[in-house]
Design a protein around this ligand. Structure first.
Ligand SMILES: [Zn+2]
Length: 187
């Protein structure tokens, strides 16, 4: 067993991830309801459970916490698929894209890779969290920015900062995320 697995959430999460990566979408104890749920349930969990409720509990630091939870998911997922990528960025992104499509998270597209400046721009079309949401003042996908940041961090083995620059919820029709490699050494 992975020595980093310690809590019940860790154990449950690892089992879930193994099933996802193995392509096993059978869910026990769901004989009549099956393995899928409406996107609006996910959005309620994401925007209220992992959004406004955290804001109510911790106030101003909520978005940083939500970003960090996404980053944790991104790192766990990234570490799981990295060995299959052969450390090749297009292959790595393809593996991530496949998982995101399979789970209906969204369509991940690499828009730009500025190696000299240590900056990567991605977008998530049809983002599971913000598609269909509107009327907010600023992007709300801090979890997803963290997720993408965590994925990139695993690949580049550097600290990164990811910022959501476009969001369906502010009318951008996609979710754009810019990742900066923090200790990038200019070529
Ligand atoms: Zn968004």
């Amino acid at each position: 067993m992975d020595p980093t697995v310690s809590t019940d959430y860790d154990k449950a999460g690892q089992k879930l991830l193994q099933a996802i990566l193995a392509g096993n979408d059978h869910v026990a104890n769901r004989e009549t309801l099956g393995p899928t749920v409406p996107i609006q349930l996910f959005q309620a969990l994401r925007l209220i459970g992992l959004g406004s409720s955290i804001e109510q509990m911790v106030g101003g630091g909520a978005r940083a916490l939500i970003y960090q939870s996404g980053a944790r998911v991104g790192q766990v997922l990234g570490q799981a698929v990295l060995p299959q990528s052969g450390k090749d960025l297009p292959k790595y992104l393809q593996l991530i894209r496949d998982v995101c499509l399979k789970l209906s998270i969204g369509q991940v597209v690499l828009e730009g890779n500025n190696n000299a400046e240590g900056r990567l721009t991605l977008r998530v079309d049809e983002c599971v969290s913000c598609a269909g949401i509107s009327g907010v003042a600023a992007p709300i996908c801090n979890f997803e920015a963290g997720l993408v940041g965590g994925l990139v961090k695993v690949f580049v083995e550097r600290e990164v900062r990811a910022v959501e620059t476009r969001c369906n919820a502010v009318g951008d029709r996609t979710c754009g995320i810019e990742v900066h490699v923090l200790d990038h050494v200019r070529a």
